[in-house]
Structure formats: C-alpha cells, structure tokens
Design a protein around this ligand. Structure first.
Ligand code: COA
Length: 248
C-alpha cells in the first residue's frame, strides 16, 4: 500500500480514505492501484456490504496528480488509472461518498459511479479537463448528461464551470448536503443503512438499475483512447507545466 490510501473495515462497511492532504488528495498511480485493490477485494469479502469513499477535511480529491500526467505524456494514460475506473464501474457492493472540500477531475467523475453521495456545504465539484487540454473520463461523457441533462453536463464537463454542493444536489449528483463537519458521519450512517439491507436483493436491484454497465465500460475505454492521444499534445503538456510552475 502507498500509505496515502487507508482502508478500514468497521462491521459491514469498508471505508477507503484518500489521505494525502499536503497535495489536496491528488491521486498518484500508487494510490489508484491501492484503491483498485481495496475495491476489488471488497467484492470478495461477504461481510462487507457497502463501501464508503472519503477524503480529508478540505479535500475529497484534487484529481489525477498533474506531475504524473506530465511524466505520462509520452506513454499515454497509465493502466493503473484505467484499471481503477474499471474497478469503480464494476464493483458489486454499493458505494457511498463523503465529499468535503474540493472534488476535481476524477474527484468529481468518480462520484457519478457512487450510489449515494453526501457533501459538506463547502464542497466544490469541478472538472477542468478541457482547460487542461484533456477530455473528461470515467464514462462521465455518458453518465453526466444522463444524470444532469445535457445542458448542465456541458457547462460542467466542457466549460469547466464548478458546482457548489447545493448545485450538485440540484443536478442530481449529490444526495444530501450537510454541514461540512458532519459529512463524514452522515455518509457513514447512510453506508450503514445500506449495509443493513438484505444484500442479495440490494445486489439484484443495483444490477437492474445499472444494466447499462457494459456501455459504461465501453465509454471508459473510448474516452481513454482519446485521453491517451491528448496527453501527448503540446497544449496539454503546457497546461500541466503551467500548473506546476505557478506562483502562489
Ligand atoms: N496534481 C499535483 N499536485 C497538486 C494537484 C494535482 N492535481 N492539486 C493540488 N496539488 C498540489 C499543489 O501543487 C500544492 O503543492 P505544493 O504545496 O508542493 O506547491 C498542494 O497540492 C496544495 O495545493 P494548492 O494549489 O497550494 O492549494 P489551494 O488550496 O490553493 O488549491 C486546488 C487547491 C485543488 C484548487 C488547486 O491545487 C488545483 O487547482 N489543483 C489542480 C486540480 C486539477 O486541475 N486536477 C486535475 C483535474 S483533471
């Protein structure tokens, strides 16, 4: 394990916590690999009936580590990031998210795969892919228009306009907005509520509600193909370098 991903099983709920506060929980390749392992493993443990993804106060996740993007520009999207997206989409146990602070890039698009999202009132969701010379990933080009309607999805995914927690709830990405200090506990209570339901019937209902899973996987793969090409563009490389060189 990278150390920046903490996995804790408490009763029937597994919590996967991103814990790299000094970098606002930007995801490194090692963190993707650890999250993939924790997600896949939870499908094999009968006692786990729900998974909660959480961050740290002020940062759910600032997206892919931009240094890794810059380093990967020659080689394309790293398989560890791609596998994480597959694991997220294919996981069999319901997924709850506790969102506090920033949720950027994959920090927002992973929420489209969650079954229940609790956000602190100060949370901000944003997907600045296009501004970075990239395209949205994690099947968000399919799921966001389905969930929010095309107009709001365009504003978020293409124009890169951020959503407040309240706007995200209005758009149907977030279930509940609570005081930021309570987001973790409210999400955990929801995860326990889901975990207490009959697991087989939950699995059947989820399977039916997610009957377009193969379409989602195909979209992830198609997006990744474009993403791979764009990572190598001068435009994207300049945007990554500008972020890393910026003055505070
Ligand atoms: N990749 C790499 N490093 C990142 C990062 C990312 N995605 N997001 C934040 N960091 C780093 C910063 O470089 C900084 O590191 P430093 O202290 O060594 O300089 C540290 O995390 C804290 O970030 P900082 O920008 O100082 O904090 P802030 O509160 O002013 O802003 C963010 C926080 C998340 C809004 C801002 O860092 C940001 O916009 N990050 C980029 C998000 C992004 O574009 N992600 C990719 C989406 S596809």
């Amino acid at each position: 394990m990278s150390g920046a991903i903490e996995v804790k099983d408490d009763g029937a709920v597994r919590t996967i916590r991103m814990n790299r506060p000094e970098k606002k929980n930007a995801l490194t390749l090692a963190m993707y690999a650890d999250m993939t392992r924790a997600l896949r493993q939870s499908d094999e443990i009968d006692a786990i009936r729900c998974i909660m993804i959480a961050g740290v106060p002020g940062a759910f996740c600032a997206g892919n580590d931009i240094t890794d993007f810059l380093n990967a520009a020659g080689g394309g999207l790293d398989p560890r990031a791609h596998e994480f997206l597959h694991a997220l989409a294919r996981r069999q146990k319901p997924l709850v998210a506790a969102v506090n602070g920033v949720a950027i890039g994959v920090g927002t698009t992973m929420l489209l795969h969650c079954d229940h999202v609790v956000a602190g009132s100060g949370a901000v969701l944003s997907t600045p892919f296009i501004k970075l010379g990239l395209i949205p990933e994690a099947a968000s080009t399919l799921l966001a228009p389905m969930r929010m309607g095309y107009a709001r999805a365009f504003s978020m995914l293409v124009m890169g306009r951020p959503l407040s927690a309240a706007e995200a709830k209005d758009a149907g990405i977030v279930n509940t907005v609570v005081d930021s200090a309570e987001a973790h506990d409210v999400a955990l209570a929801a995860a326990r509520e889901i975990a207490a339901l009959p697991p087989r019937t939950v699995a059947v209902a989820r399977g039916l509600m997610r009957s377009h899973l193969e379409e989602i996987i195909k979209q992830i793969d198609t997006e990744s193909m474009h993403f791979r090409e764009l990572l190598q563009s001068d435009e994207a490389r300049a945007a990554f370098a500008a972020f890393l060189a910026r003055r505070k």
